[in-house]
Design a protein around this ligand. Structure first.
Ligand code: WT7
Length: 645
């Protein structure tokens, strides 16, 4: 296996070299209190914390508190404290969907004014500390303003990815009892407009809450307006003060809720708090990407995902960085767009997902070649394991062999990178997320016996032995679910849901989810969610959903569907079901395969044997394993015979 060390020049100029990593890592796990107490000085506190770490993973009394007597404000840390030194520096570069439209450069001073105004508008709409605000927005600067405006007044934001359906939006509005939804008229992406405001109306009709709507004019398209409930931002901002005193927040006050899919039931609201999250987001941004003052950082994610929260908005802005916000897609107007934007804005750190790399690799090198990519220093990936072929293409064709690749493993729940190379310190291996960040203590357990694997080379499930500051604190409104999901299978540890291998050098290789969660284009989808959407259709009696290998998406969605008695299995129905799932959840949940299943393989006690369904979907039925416990083994033969159809 080839090893890619940073060049001597790179390592000697990096924030963290190999010796510093070893020293800091040791300090961080030997004495977390001292280490994090020291690191906390990176933030501006209104009241400095004296209690640093108060955490226990003991089932069922799990409790996680960091810096619990500290007070601060996230928006003041991301904006106000930079004003004296870098008020005229660009905070956000906004690159619109169409390359024919002009990019915007928003300075820290301008950011301050925009955020304060929006904060004042939210106050005027009745939002106060602790209230929830849902964001359903395009990738426009106002999305960042809205996040920071909430943080400024102590409101808790909950962003719903603009690709989610009105039904999914409605559930999340109800789940958080939001006072206000912030949206835009329409969201342009890849040359097409999504009717966000119309979707919000549909969602609110269904939710039956008395939520108000704050609307940003993006396209100027004709959209419905309900007087008394809806407010245009540009009208509301007129005459509003451009300053707003930041609210004093406790370090453990919630900053945001972000819904994510799990292995059972409906998505859960992951809760992140103020002090620990911000410190960890800013530190990982600085060290994983070796970010230096004045550089332009670009994370291509959407703010609807945690990656956008931590590495478009909070981490970079806490560090006084210049962060790029891109409204469009990698392939519009053509597959050279990412590289055109890197050249145009002289991007130094570029952070994207393996699925995007694979898709662009498939379009050929000619889309990369015309662009001057000499500004790039670091390339990052996130979301799923990266296959060596895509890694090599990224390294050779995009990075010209000069740019360390940081393969960052983390989760919505972890708030920031947990396993990742620090580029000046840790030689990389294609496909490995390498080593833990400061304070992170991964362990590999035997999945059955839960025994800690003490040999260096080991394989099993990945757990964390201790807390880190950006760990999620609870599931919104359901602490029991939090404890059960993450701390009950392997007592005393945080269970990640991932399987992994550790090699003889102590490098971690994530092998993928070990639960009923599938990873579609780096986005998490619960099989239970797709199943419940399918059975909500009147023609469907039962369904089982599994993941299968997909060339571009990493994993695709494979659905086995049993129809109601007398229901005919037609191509029209197949299309209808596919559209139905898309409508219920959103385009990312659209099934790749729907196979009619007259019966599903079940144990005698009625439990669906997903292991078998996964094997059939993977086209790997030589190794079906033990089928003797099936109530009716013949259903398996039928499924194999009709695979894919
Ligand atoms: C799951 C978390 C937080 C970033 C975006 C996804 C998988 C994430 C990697 C990586 C291998 C990865 C894991 C994890 N994953 N990054 N670098 N290598 N797998 O966030 O939706 O919360 O999903 O994504 O399976 O558990 P998410």
């Amino acid at each position: 296996m080839s090893l890619y060390p940073p060049s001597d020049d790179f390592a000697s100029n990096a924030h963290i070299d190999a010796a510093t990593y070893d020293e800091m890592y040791r300090a961080s796990v030997e004495n977390p209190e001292a280490f994090w107490g020291e690191q906390a000085h990176r933030l501006d506190w209104i009241t400095a914390p004296t209690k640093i770490k108060n955490t226990t993973f003991e089932y069922p009394d799990v409790s996680i508190k960091w810096f619990e007597d500290g007070e601060l404000n996230v928006s003041a840390n991301c904006i106000d404290r930079h004003l004296a030194e870098r008020g005229t520096q660009t905070a956000i570069i906004w690159e619109p969907d169409s390359p024919d439209d002009e990019a915007q450069h928003i300075t820290y001073q301008q950011l301050h004014a925009h955020v304060c105004k929006m904060a004042n508008v939210l106050k005027d709409m009745g939002v106060s500390k602790g209230d929830r605000v849902v964001l359903y927005m395009p990738m426009i600067p106002q999305a960042a303003y809205a996040m920071l405006a909430c943080a400024r007044i102590g409101a808790i934001h909950s962003i719903v990815f603009a690709g989610f359906s009105p039904d999914a939006l409605s559930d999340r509005i109800q789940g958080s009892q939001a006072k206000v939804v912030i949206t835009a008229d329409e969201a342009p992406r890849g040359g097409r407009n999504t009717p966000l405001k119309t979707n919000v109306d549909t969602a609110l009709n269904k939710a039956g809450t008395d939520t108000k709507v704050l609307m940003v004019k993006r396209t100027g398209g004709d959209v419905p307006f309900q007087a008394g409930r809806d407010v245009w931002l540009h009208e509301a901002e007129d005459g509003v003060a451009n300053s707003c005193e930041p609210e004093v927040m406790n370090a453990e006050d919630p900053l945001f809720i972000l819904y994510t899919s799990g292995s059972t039931g409906m998505p859960k609201g992951v809760v992140h708090t103020t002090g620990g999250y911000l410190l960890y987001a800013s530190m990982t941004h600085k060290f994983t990407f070796d970010y230096k003052d004045g550089e332009v950082f670009w994370c291509t994610a959407d703010v609807g995902w945690v990656t956008g929260h931590s590495y478009i908005v909070y981490g970079p802005l806490a560090n006084g960085a210049t962060t790029v916000m891109f409204e469009g897609v990698p392939t519009y107007p053509d597959a050279g767009r990412f590289w055109a934007v890197c050249e145009k804005h002289k991007v130094a750190q570029f952070y994207t997902a393996p699925t995007a790399i694979r898709a662009l690799m498939g379009k050929g090198d000619d889309f990369v070649k015309p662009y001057d990519l000499s500004s790039l220093r670091i390339l990052g990936t996130v979301g799923e394991p990266i296959n060596p072929e895509a890694w090599n293409w990224y390294n050779d064709v995009v990075g010209k062999g000069r740019c360390p690749i940081v393969d960052t493993w983390w989760q919505t729940e972890t708030g920031g990178h947990l396993i990742t190379p620090l580029p000046g310190a840790i030689p990389t291996k294609p496909g490995s997320a390498t080593k833990p960040f400061f304070g992170v203590q991964p362990l590999v357990l035997d999945p059955q016996s839960a025994e800690v694997q003490t040999e260096m080379a080991a394989e099993g499930v990945l757990v964390m032995a201790d807390s880190w500051p950006a760990q999620m604190r609870t599931v919104w409104g359901d602490h029991e679910r939090f404890v059960k999901t993450y701390f009950s299978d392997y007592k005393g540890y945080y269970f990640t849901g991932d399987g992994c291998r550790r090699d003889e050098d102590g490098y971690y290789w994530i092998t993928g989810r070990v639960d009923d969660v599938i990873n579609v284009s780096g986005h998490r989808m619960g099989t239970a969610e797709v199943e419940s959407a399918l059975v909500a259709h009147p023609a469907v009696s039962e369904s089982a959903v599994v993941g299968f290998p997909h060339e571009i998406k990493g994993q695709g969605i494979y659905c086995y569907v049993t129809l109601m008695e007398g229901q005919e299995a037609t191509e029209e129905l197949r299309t209808e079901l596919s559209n139905h799932v898309r409508k219920e959840i959103g385009p990312i949940a659209k099934p790749d395969v729907i196979q009619w299943a007259p019966g599903l393989p079940k144990t005698r006690s009625g439990k669906i044997m997903r292991r078998i369904l996964r094997k059939i979907a993977e086209d790997d039925y030589g190794s079906l394993g033990d089928t003797s416990t099936l109530a009716d083994p013949s259903v398996v033969d039928d499924l194999i015979a009709n695979r894919g159809g």
